[in-house]
Structure formats: structure tokens, C-alpha cells
Write a new protein. Structure first.
Length: 139
């Protein structure tokens, strides 16, 4: 069995963003040469997420509204984590809701998605450089 590892780096100009990283992951898969196996994609930061869903602008707006309703950013003094001088407790909660990672099957050298599925990087405390790990194993 072979394995391939690569880090993708992102620096969003806004506090929150949803980036479609499917093509980036497909490029890593192509360079790996692996045709059958599994692809793990995970956010390596505790205030960001990787998830699979539809690439549709209205849905992304719905995520924003839903997440902000569940864990609003302000007022920042509502969170004990922010007593440490941080202002990103909501980002940690949003990451917990949206998830840390995804695993996608690889079949015939392609990511084996269902209809409309795409891989997204969800940023909840941006404006600085963060990484996503892509780890591929297989033959």
C-alpha cells in the first residue's frame, strides 16, 4: 500500500468563509498516483472545518445564518473561552458543529462522490494562514 501526504494552506481575508477545495484535493490525488483507496482531508486548526456538501451560494448563506444563530460571535463576553483574551470562542463551536474532516473513497483514480458532493474548507476565525492536511492511502 502507498501513502501520500500534502498540506494545503489558506488565508482568508474575512473572519468566516466557505472555500470549495475539491479541485485542490483532486490535484493532490493526481500527483499521488493512487487509483484505489481512501482520501482523508482535515482542518489542522481548531477554528476551521472540512465538510462535504453542495456548492450552492444560497446553502452557504444558510450555513452562515444557522451557525451564527447557534453560536453568535457577539457579544464576545458571553463565552468563558474569551476570558483568556481571545475573541473566537464561537469559531471553536462552529468547527465542532461542521466537523474536522472528511474521508472520500478513491475509485479508478477519482474521488468517488455522490451527486453534487464537493469538499469545502470552512473558516470561522480567518485573516491568518491555516492548513488542511490531505492524506491518501491505497494502491
Amino acid at each position: 500500500m502507498k501513502s501520500h501526504r500534502k498540506e494545503l494552506w489558506f488565508n482568508t481575508p474575512t473572519r468566516r468563509a466557505y472555500l470549495n477545495i475539491t479541485r485542490d484535493v483532486e490535484a493532490v490525488l493526481a500527483e499521488s498516483g493512487i487509483r484505489e483507496g481512501l482520501c482523508l482531508v482535515n482542518a489542522m486548526h481548531i477554528s476551521a472545518s472540512v465538510f462535504i456538501n453542495d456548492d450552492e451560494r444560497g446553502l452557504h448563506a444558510d450555513f452562515e445564518t444557522w451557525l451564527e444563530g447557534l453560536a453568535p460571535h457577539a457579544p464576545v463576553n458571553q463565552y468563558r473561552h474569551n476570558d483568556t483574551g481571545e475573541d473566537n470562542a464561537d469559531a471553536h463551536l462552529k468547527r465542532s458543529i461542521m466537523g474536522r474532516e472528511v474521508v472520500v473513497a478513491i475509485t479508478n483514480g477519482k474521488l468517488d462522490f455522490g451527486p453534487w458532493e464537493q469538499i469545502f474548507y470552512g473558516e470561522f476565525d480567518g485573516r491568518r494562514k491555516k492548513r488542511v492536511l490531505v492524506k491518501i492511502i491505497g494502491e
